[in-house]
Design a protein around this ligand. Structure first.
Ligand code: SF4
Length: 428
């Protein structure tokens, strides 16, 4: 039996897909090669924006048409919050965002008994995080480990808490055991991910923190360096930075979820910090990890955002000097508080503001890349392009060298220049 999987969305979804592949393979299914007949099509959906919901439905239809005889199974956040919609797409198995083990079993049962199976629970009833096998997505060089699920921050523009439920964490001892296994497989970098890892450990008895998990992972990491997924700025404290630094394993790149550089807009978004607290986090990270890369997410054109608010955001972005910014024009997500707010902005205004944020992003990114020239960075090489090898440095910049056959190796590279937002250098 051959399967084909399409994944939409975040690192957590990618992680869950690689775990699902492991489960399907232990049940005797194998990935379909190019041109091979597919027996099972799986779509792991995303609901972060209305657009990702539309793309999820489109992916289901596309794979159905492409594989007329195949059983279609759908899971993930969009299926969790819109199971009835998904069921109307002629799908045989509909599951939500939880219980991947049961999802794999239900695919086999639907194949065997030629029946339709639908299972979606109330994500707020989930108490324990389902432990899934860590690993790498389709042969990539970096392994991933999901240590947390769920979120109860209820940012006004976000539907994720309704799709993922309350915070559930993988106990530190289990994080260490999974890490040890991955280190044994020869990976050189481990990406620690979750829906909202800053909340890690608040559900455990005794409660613990993200720093506890990172310390446990670092001790078990062998040759792997440890890269953290997206962080809420509130988790960044003196103690947090000192403990991460002391592990000697944490990559000096931090992705902070900012969303806006204006206090009024942050309040309307129901974010849990203001720009002063955010900037404190930036300064703390730079104090303990000099030259670190700090990247951020920004939503442009949030309902009610005035030109003054927007200008405040642009000024704040310049002040922070991010090494990269992911810019998102606000996208109305039905079922969120923000969707019901007044003063939604015309699309042209959102697009224009997003472009202005991107212009600042390009400026600060260029400045950060310039600051890397002359430095020696530790690079994990991930792919080759002719005689060139390309990879990511500790600080998450992209680096290339004129030398082949370096994939999966970590080398020190002296940076000599920049080409198209990519650092170039020589191995030392
Ligand atoms: S922190 Fe906010 S934006 Fe992130 S998943 Fe939770 S509710 Fe959504």
């Amino acid at each position: 039996m051959k399967y084909k999987i399409q994944t939409l969305g975040c690192k957590v979804n990618q992680f869950e897909t690689q775990a699902l592949e492991t489960m399907l393979q232990t049940r005797g299914l194998t990935p379909a090669g190019e041109g091979e007949t597919v027996d099972v099509v799986v779509v792991n959906t995303c609901a972060v924006t209305a657009e990702s919901g539309r793309k999820s439905r489109q992916a289901v239809r596309h794979l159905e048409n492409e594989n007329p005889g195949a059983l279609v199974a759908v899971c993930g956040c969009y299926a969790q919050i819109a199971a009835d919609d998904v069921a109307t797409l002629g799908v045989s198995v509909v599951h939500g965002s939880g219980d991947k083990e049961r999802f794999a079993d239900d695919i086999l049962a639907a194949l065997r008994e030629k029946k339709t199976i639908e299972f979606t629970d109330d994500p707020f009833d989930r108490r324990v995080m389902e432990e899934l096998p860590g690993g790498a997505v389709d042969g990539r060089t970096r392994a991933m480990l999901k240590i947390e699920d769920g979120c109860v921050n209820f940012c006004s523009y976000c539907v994720i808490p309704y799709a993922r439920g309350r915070v559930r964490s993988l106990p530190p001892v289990r994080c260490a055991a999974q890490t040890e296994k991955l280190a044994g497989k020869g990976f050189r970098e481990l990406v620690v991910t979750g829906i909202e890892i800053a909340s890690y450990g608040r559900d455990l008895e005794p409660t613990c923190t993200l720093a506890d998990a990172v310390e446990a992972i670092a001790r078990a990491s062998g040759d792997m360096r440890v890269r953290l997924g997206s962080l809420e700025p509130t988790v960044v404290t003196e103690d947090f930075c000192e403990r991460l630094k002391a592990t000697g394993k944490v990559c000096d790149h931090f992705h902070l979820s900012l969303q806006s550089g204006c206090d009024e807009t942050l309040k309307a978004m129901n974010r849990k910090y203001d720009t002063a607290r955010f900037y404190e986090s930036v300064c703390l990270l730079r104090e303990h990890f000099p030259d670190c890369g700090i990247t951020a997410d920004v939503i442009a054109g949030f309902p009610g955002e005035t030109e003054e608010n927007h200008s405040a955001t642009l000024a704040f972005l310049k002040k922070c000097g991010f090494s990269a910014i992911h810019v998102f024009p606000y996208s109305k997500r039905p079922g969120t508080k923000a969707a019901e707010m007044p003063d939604h902005l015309p699309n042209a205004v959102k697009v224009r503001r997003a472009a202005e944020v991107q212009a600042v992003a390009d400026e600060t990114e260029e400045a950060y890349l310039q600051s890397c020239v002359g430095k020696t960075l530790s690079v994990l090489f991930e792919r080759e392009d002719g005689e060139m090898s390309i990879g990511h440095a500790d600080n998450y910049t992209t680096v290339c060298v004129h030398k082949g056959h370096l994939r999966k190796l970590v080398e020190n590279v002296k940076i000599t220049g920049i080409i198209n937002k990519m650092l170039v250098g020589k191995i030392v």
